[in-house]
Design a protein around this ligand. Structure first.
Ligand SMILES: [Zn+2]
Length: 99
């Protein structure tokens, strides 16, 4: 199996979207080929960071949006009186309340 083929399939390999024989071929290649093994490792790390980066802020954003809408509906006067960032900083950090 060529390096270029392995690189193309690395993403699918990590998602285990390949047939078992394909998975094994890539695995064998990674064991013999440090360059592709390194590539696989970096890709794995990048994907982990991406997952963390996507999950955490998105939850906050959705929460923030809900709070924003709530404030706009119920406290229209607060919108202009305060910076939204200041209003959201406390409710979005539940750790602050556990002390
Ligand atoms: Zn290779």
């Amino acid at each position: 199996m060529k390096c270029t083929e392995v690189r193309e399939l690395l993403g699918n390999y990590m998602d285990q979207e390949l047939t078992e024989s394909m998975m094994q071929r890539i695995e064998r290649h990674l064991l013999r080929c440090p360059a592709c093994a390194y590539e696989a490792r970096s890709l794995e790390q990048a994907r982990q960071l991406l997952r963390q980066g996507v999950e955490t802020p998105m939850v906050s954003e959705q929460l923030g949006e809900r709070v924003l809408r709530h404030i706009a509906e119920h406290f229209p006067h607060l919108q202009t009186a305060h910076q939204p960032e200041e209003l959201f900083s406390l409710p979005l950090l539940p750790g602050d309340f556990e002390e």
